[in-house]
Design a protein around this ligand. Structure first.
Ligand code: PRT
Ligand code: ZN
Length: 210
């Protein structure tokens, strides 16, 4: 029997809930902060702990058979993977935001403007679909400080409570995409008996919580 590999986030917002859902499925494994890989004692499974950005590609390329990662990261990576199950945590919305004093009220007012983001692919697709021609500034983090520094006219970022927008003098202007953590599989692995067994266990954990 082939030992499956599942890639989850090593540290960050999705790590704890990803470990928890696997434990709740009855999987027994050690979870040391320093481990990059853990072997499950009672199921043919290894757990790889990775940066979330690397997970879609690992699963697409079959280095990992399964993964748990935010939908936003999958779409941004353009990864060709199978979506098995939304997991109900890591929920957020990707939004365009402007300074709270801004008079921008229509999407068309973003024409010719600069928008800072760490999600250029998702943003470009949305702008193209809406016939907006704006300049995308790709920044790897802290995009919220852009408008205050005059770096950009707007930002496109993940929002959950909205507290970060508010404390940086920004207001949400357009909701572009909702996201949550997703269980994904390499194409062709959906029908593997162990994958199906694990999926069933995850689904019953989710049902018990609902
Ligand atoms: O180190 P690694 O690369 O693995 O992690 P990371 O730093 O890239 O990601 P991480 O751990 O911050 O987030 C992982 C995933 O959690 C994201 O890809 C989203 O799918 C999801 N998620 C859910 C969020 C948030 N909620 C969220 N609030 N990701 C980021 N944020 C940020 C937001 O951008 C803002 O800057 O948290 C800040 C606080 O948000 P507010 O609105 O609550 O103030
Ligand atoms: Zn990341």
């Amino acid at each position: 029997m082939k030992t499956l590999k599942i890639a989850i986030q090593k540290s960050g917002r999705l790590n704890e809930k990803s470990v928890e859902i696997l434990k709740n499925c009855g999987l027994s494994f050690e979870n040391y902060k320093s481990s990059l890989i853990a072997t499950v004692a009672n199921f043919p499974l290894e757990i790889l702990f990775l940066r979330d950005d690397d997970i879609p590609e690992y699963v697409q390329d079959g280095i990992a058979d399964l993964g748990i990662v935010g939908e936003n990261v999958i779409i941004e990576a353009g990864a060709d993977v199978s979506y098995l199950q939304p997991l109900g945590f890591g929920k957020c919305t990707l939004k365009i935001a402007v300074q709270s004093t801004s008079n921008i009220t229509e999407l068309s007012q973003l024409n010719g403007k600069a928008i800072a983001t760490s999600y250029p692919v998702i943003l470009q697709k949305y702008l193209s679909e809406n016939n907006v021609d704006a300049q995308i500034r790709n920044i790897s983090g802290s995009v919220e400080i852009g408008p205050g520094l005059g770096l950009s006219d707007a930002i496109f970022d993940i929002v959950s409570t909205g507290g970060t927008l508010k404390s940086n003098g920004l207001k949400a202007f357009k909701n572009v995409m909702d996201s949550q953590a997703m269980l994904i599989a390499s194409k062709g692995m959906e029908l593997n008996p162990e994958v199906l067994e694990l999926l069933q266990r995850i689904q019953s954990v989710l049902r018990a919580k609902a």
